[in-house]
Design a binder for this molecule. Sequence first.
Ligand SMILES: [Zn+2]
Length: 99
Amino acid sequence: MNDISEKLFGKTKDIVYHAEGGYIPDVSFLKCSLEGKQSVAHIFCVGCGTYLEANKKQAESLAKLAGTEVPENFDEYYFEVAGCEVCDGDRDIVALKKK
Ligand SMILES: [Zn+2]
């Protein structure tokens, strides 16, 4: 885990799920409006199938991990991560995907 993902997800050892991987997001869910007031983007964890939301700061960090620019808006995009706060997948593997 690198610095960025550590800040994003913390160093918690309370892993709930073993990341099996291979989960595929339900696109209709990714197109739903975000629930968090500060949220700007959907995140889907392919490690455990969990849906998460990113605020602006997290979106910037995730874009950095994905090696890409932050899109002007996330109507068309979401982040896919290999691991998240509730599973033991590799949190450094991030991709910006089209919905
Ligand atoms: Zn996960």
